[in-house]
Every structure is written in C-alpha cells, then in structure tokens.
Design a protein around this ligand. Structure first.
Ligand code: NAD
Ligand code: TYD
Length: 363
C-alpha cells in the first residue's frame, strides 16, 4: 500500500479518489483534519476497504512510526501542509510547526522505517514530497518561467516554510540516502477546493451575491493547473521519477487574476444567470493588496514532459468550466465547509473592505 498524508484536503483527497479509481493498491490516509481537512471529501470511499483513514499529525513521531510498522507502505506521499498564504501572514506559527517541524519528524520516522527494510523493498521505496512553485519567489514580466534549477527565493511565511521543507527533503536524501522525489506545482483548481482560495471563493461569493474581492490591481499572474492533472503528474513521478530529482508541474496557463475573475463571472452568467438579469462582474470589488504579494509565478514544465512524458490534459477553458459546474452541482458540500471556522476566517481577512463598486469592464 501507499501512505498519503493530508489526504482529506483539496489535492490529497482528489489524489486518493483518483488513485483508487485507477488501482486496487490500498491507501493509508493520515490527516490531522485541520479546518482544511474534510472527511466529506472522501465520502465515496466510506465503505471501501482499500482506504484506511487515520486522524493524526505528521509531527507525531510515535504515531507515524507505528503506522509504518503496521502497514509497511512501499511509498509515502506527503501532501500534508498548512497551505494558505493569507493565513500564513496572519499567523505563521502553524506553518512552521507542520510544514517544517512536521516534515522533519515525518522524514525521521520514514528514514528509520526505510533503513530497516529488506533490500528489495528498501530499493523500491519512495518518499514523494508535494511542494509549490511559490518557493522560487516572484518573477518580473520579462523573466523566463521557473525551472528546477532556479534558486529558492520564497517571500511569504507559507512559501518560506515550504522551501524549508524542500531543503529538508533534499538533505535527507543527500545525507541519509532516503529515496526522495519532489514536485513543485503551480496553482491548482478544481473540485473540493476550500473556498478561502481565489477560484472557489469567487464562485461561492458570486452565488451568494457577495463582493468578489480582487487584491490590488488584479494583475498578479499565476499559472493554473486542473487538480486531476496534478494528481496524474504525481502518479507519473512516483512511478518513474529519478530519485533525488525535482519536477516542476504546471498547466501552461499563465493568467492575470482579473482574467480569472472575469472568466468565472462569464461562466456563471451562462450557467446560473442572476434572477435580476445583472452580470456577476458587477460584484467585483478591488480590495487592499496582500502584503508582499508575489507579482508573477510561471512554471516551465518541460522537464517532466521530456523525461516522464507527462502533459496536462485539461486546457484552462475546459478545467474552469468543469470546476464551476462542480460547485453548482454540490451546494451541500459548499454549505458544510462554510462552517463557523470558515466564517471567522472571512471576518478576519475581509472585514472593513468596501461593498461592491461598479466594476471596470475587462476587455
Ligand atoms: P489543503 O490546505 O487543502 O489540505 C491540507 C491537508 O493537510 C488538510 O487535509 C489538513 O487537515 C492536512 N494537515 C495539515 N496539517 C497537518 C498535519 N500536521 N498532519 C497531518 N495532516 C495535516 O492543501 P492542498 O491545497 O490540498 O495542498 C496539498 C499540498 O500541495 C500542500 O503541501 C501544498 O503546499 C501543496 N500545493 C498546493 C497547491 C495549491 O494550489 N493548492 C499548489 C502547489 C502545491
Ligand atoms: P490564492 O488562491 O490564495 O493562491 P496563492 O496565493 O497561493 O497564489 O490566490 C491566488 C491569487 O489570487 C493570488 O495572487 C491572490 C489573489 N486573491 C485575490 O485577489 N483575492 C482573494 O480573495 C484571494 C483569496 C486571492
């Protein structure tokens, strides 16, 4: 079997669901169930014996050692993390605790387990660490996209904690020989995305008649990857990636935020037109920018294509349509995740921001 950490979160849950849709190899899923972890994401597996869920912390060394000894996984895939930049600005402590200390403890437990394996399973074993393009820092408009040899220049508490974890993974390979793989991926979007992140926040706010908050001028650029494509890339790297290597994963979809906002609004105008006949873009509101906001991320994903033959299968147009449709089809999921904890966060992050102003029309 494989051990997945953080498998009740957005990407981890998509990964577990896709994995078990394509393979009968069981999954041991270790997740702390923070505000971002949601067992409802895994409800299709509720009575599936191939999925074993354990609530716990990657930083709990005794728990992780016990699980490794009991279940003897052939690979560990580390998705568990605190993942939201804005939360890291308000409170970096949890990010250091999970992303840095937690990763270190997980690496230590995995190393002890791996070293004690017999030669054949030891040789086949892999530790795959899921990281982000944000560790590379911010690009100027004319800069080439990030490749795997870019320096790590993280700018937010979140990206600094992820960069630290990437360094730890590298060091556990270099020093102890642990067979690691690291993926650095761009912004994911798709089903099960918690509505604190841009795309799901836009959809749920639009439907609720609330402001669509655009930080600053909205011209910050991100590369967007449909989550199912990220999952297929991780499977590919696990299967055939070269030990010790990094693989950038991206969608070849660089877009300014304001374009994303207008695309979501147009899709909603088409799929769920407002009763009063007004366009969703009238809800767009420019709000105060994020402190230290990285201006541009862009991923050069040619290494994974060249060496492992992976390319994303969704275009942004096909992926965003599926995503908007998924949120329209799953109002109960949305209602459940908008719990008390979610409402508290919205109050912390967006309190005092202006009500919707008439939007500038985007070309
Ligand atoms: P998420 O916040 O939706 O989910 C994180 C999951 O980890 C949650 O289920 C949470 O309960 C769990 N978790 C948190 N702390 C834990 C701990 N100490 N022990 C065990 N479980 C813990 O995040 P996501 O968007 O699914 O991201 C998954 C991974 O992918 C993260 O490592 C993130 O840095 C990385 N990543 C995300 C994106 C993106 O666009 N979302 C892009 C690139 C990389
Ligand atoms: P986010 O989804 O938080 O991902 P990340 O910060 O990891 O890239 O944000 C994506 C972009 O959207 C980022 O440039 C910040 C911006 N943004 C807004 O303009 N408004 C919002 O309410 C949010 C959450 C994000």
């Amino acid at each position: 079997m494989i051990l997945v950490t953080g498998g009740a979160g957005f990407i981890g849950a998509n990964f577990v669901l896709d994995w078990l849709a394509q393979s009968d190899e069981p999954v041991l899923n270790l997740d702390k169930l923070t505000y971002a972890g949601n067992l409802e994401n895994l409800s299709p597996l509720a009575s599936d014996p191939r999925h074993v869920f354990v609530q716990g912390d990657i930083g709990d060394s005794a728990l992780v050692a016990g699980l490794l000894a009991q279940y003897q996984p052939r690979a560990v895939l580390n998705f568990a993390a605190e993942s939201h930049v804005d939360r890291s600005i308000h409170g970096p402590e949890d990010f250091i605790q999970t992303n840095v200390v937690g990763t270190m403890r997980l690496l230590q437990a995995v190393r002890a387990y791996w070293q004690a394996l017999d030669e054949v399973p030891r040789t086949a074993f892999r530790f795959l660490h899921v990281s982000t393009d944000e560790v590379y820092g911010s690009l100027a408009p004319e800069d080439a996209a990030f490749t795997e040899v870019n320096k790590l220049e993280p700018n937010s508490p979140y990206s600094a904690s992820k960069a630290a974890s990437d360094h730890l993974v590298r060091a556990w390979h270099h020093t102890y020989g642990l067979p690691v793989l690291t993926t650095n991926c761009s912004n994911n979007y798709g089903p099960l995305h918690f509505p604190e992140k841009l795309i799901p926040l836009l959809i749920v706010n639009a439907l609720a008649g609330k402001p669509l908050p655009v930080y600053g001028d909205g011209l910050q650029v991100r590369d967007w990857l449909y989550v199912k494509d990220h999952c297929s890339a991780i499977r590919r790297v696990l299967e055939s990636g070269q030990v010790g290597e990094l693989y950038n994963v991206g969608g070849w979809n660089e877009k300014p935020n304001i374009e994303i906002v207008h695309t979501v609004c147009s899709l909603l105008d088409e799929l769920r037109p407002k009763a009063d006949g007004t366009a969703y873009q009238t809800q767009i509101t420019h709000v105060q920018d994020r402190p230290g906001h990285d201006r541009r991320y862009a991923i050069d994903a040619s290494k994974i294509e060249r060496e492992l033959g992976w390319r994303p299968s969704e275009t942004f147009e096909s992926g965003i349509r599926k995503t908007v449709q998924w949120y329209l089809d799953n109002p109960d999921w949305v209602a459940h995740v908008q719990s008390g904890a979610y409402r508290e966060w919205v109050q912390t992050q967006y309190a005092g921001q202006p009500a919707p102003a008439p939007a500038a029309v985007y070309p």
